[in-house]
Design a protein around this ligand. Structure first.
Ligand code: ZN
Length: 184
């Protein structure tokens, strides 16, 4: 249940190239702190995400998410916590294409469920986003998304992010990615 440091580094480099190519202006320092998450599932190219947090205050956060071709960010929803009604999130695609899945009629056509993970993906109403398209998700709305063949670069703007509280459908998911310690 871990990624090697080499895999993490390669993914970070790849994501940095995608973000730079998307036209979003970011600093070198920002590109160096892209988080690579495999959600503890150890198959990053299938289920995973590369995330650059631009800022996260107590009330608002903005992130850039880079997904490789066909990579899926697993199904989850943003639940309420104490005084917080749950995270509201707006996704805006900058480059590539993205299939977003929401509750509603199953009209899945373009994307696909990760093999063997049918139990972990329950919402199948497909919305295909192209650059410039955006969609706002209310709290408690289950969602997942998958990049098209060319990958995807998107913004995620949200109210106060407490990602650690996100509820994932897949019980095997852990939010913390463990990097394998490689003896020097
Ligand atoms: Zn979300």
């Amino acid at each position: 249940m871990m990624l090697t440091a080499a895999v993490m580094h390669a993914a970070q480099q790849h994501a940095a190239q995608m973000i730079a190519a998307s036209g979003i202006v970011v600093t070198r320092e920002e590109l160096e702190r892209i988080e690579v998450s495999d959600f503890g599932l150890s198959h990053l190219d299938v289920e995973g995400a590369q995330i650059l947090t631009l800022f996260a205050t107590h009330r608002v956060s903005a992130k850039i998410i880079a997904l490789f071709g066909g990579q899926t960010l697993p199904e989850h929803c943003h639940t309420a916590f104490e005084q917080d009604a749950g995270k509201e999130e707006t996704l805006r695609l900058v480059a590539g294409s993205l299939c977003l899945y929401l509750p509603g009629e199953d009209n899945m056509r373009v994307g696909h469920l990760p093999a063997g993970k049918e139990m972990c993906y329950t919402v199948k109403h497909e919305v295909v986003l192209l650059p410039g398209a955006q969609i706002t998700l209310q709290p408690h709305t289950k969602h997942w998304f998958q990049a098209g063949e060319q990958g995807a670069v998107l913004y995620s703007f949200s109210s106060c992010a407490r990602d650690i509280l996100d509820t994932f459908t897949d019980p095997n998911i852990v939010r913390t990615t463990i990097v394998e310690a490689v003896p020097l």
